[in-house]
Design a protein around this ligand. Sequence first.
Ligand code: CMC
Length: 431
Amino acid sequence: MADTTKTATLTLDGKTYELPVLKGTIGPDVIDIRKLYGEADVFTYDPGFTSTAATDSAITYIDGDKGELLYRGYPIEQLADQSHYLEVCYLLLYGELPDKAQMADFEMRVTKHTMVHEQMQYFFRGFRRDAHPMATMVGVVGAMSAFYHDSTDISDPWQREVAAIRMIAKLPTIAAMAYKYSVGQPFVYPKNALSYAGNFLNMCFAVPAEDYVVNPILEKAMDRIMMLHADHEQNASTSTVRLAGSSGANPFACIAAGIACLWGPAHGGANQACLEMLKEIGTVDRIPEYIAKAKDKNSGFRLMGFGHRVYKNFDPRAKVMKESADEVLDLLGIHNNPLLQVAKELERIALSDEYFISKKLYPNVDFYSGIILEAMGFPTSMFTPIFAISRTVGWISQWKEMIADPTQKIGRPRQLYIGQTRRDYQDVTSR
Ligand code: CMC
């Protein structure tokens, strides 16, 4: 963060305040209001943080107008085409692409940690079989701090590192166990000879009674889903992880908080909500009814999988995901699937309808990832857990960046109080 000589001037009640303007490497300048309350006795008001930078960060950059997403400066399209998920994890965590030896070492470290403590399966068995896998994950990931005490001391950089590797390695195992538990099948142990994505597919779809061979096209599509969801700067769940971490909470607790936030339908839960919406629409002839509902403010209905807080041009992840969707559907030969026909027609109408064009509501990444995951055979309830696996590296990279920052302090937003002013307590008989 470079200071500039530029300042902004605020005039309030006849007094003038000079506010420094900070410059990042790219992106809008930022007005530094840290001293404003002390000097002027006012807060700023920004519900939803639409205009507020809560931190500086060197990890991910989004230009919503251009539809650009950079991980450590590298465009997402190049990474999706030429890289793979574990290399992207290394990049996000350490800031640079690894050389061969660094990659091999990182792969070895992640692979060594893919199994979970054997006792954990008894913890799983305490959940109802019909529990949503996200509910199970919030609980089990939170409980990791009870299983891995030796990596909860956040003041020790080595323990922070081990916690990061443990979470990247174990989240797929935990998500697959949540799935297996929900369908009443035995847990499948990780197979370290497989790729990160391949291992996850194997843990979800293998059964002891027969061999499961990971299809390379599905493996690549899964790897891409993971790369595209790996980080997204200060989104709601990442901000949740940072806020939880700012109090000094252990990293497993912080990631569990991130998973809880991700679950909501306006965030990571959108992929499940989108597929459920497509199923509810059911047939192409019912689409106009749903488009009309989406345009009607009083209906409370939104087209799931459309729109984004930051991308007001297109979601660059959606472009790549659409390509993958086509590859997977070709491989599986399911072009005539009614759900897919509804999805394609909905996409076509929304892209040509004035309401959606004028409000810049494009299909987002979750619109296409849901279609792919459905085609792969995942139940909709597993869509958000897969997002959570993928985003873990982003959460942990942002958490590590925050903890290592010497200026870091506990997050504590202010408020505009609109409640009762001071009044005296009345005894119940006189109320
Ligand atoms: N369908 C219909 N209208 C919409 C939609 C939609 N999906 N999204 C936004 N609008 C309208 C909204 O009614 C508002 O209209 P007006 O200006 O007339 O009041 C306008 O577009 C702007 O909406 P907003 O709520 O101010 O936009 P936002 O930036 O706060 O919300 C969003 C972004 C993603 C929450 C929202 O677009 C949405 O709810 N989309 C559906 C859920 C979804 O797909 N979420 C996944 C996001 S991608 C994954 C991730 O990064 O988590």
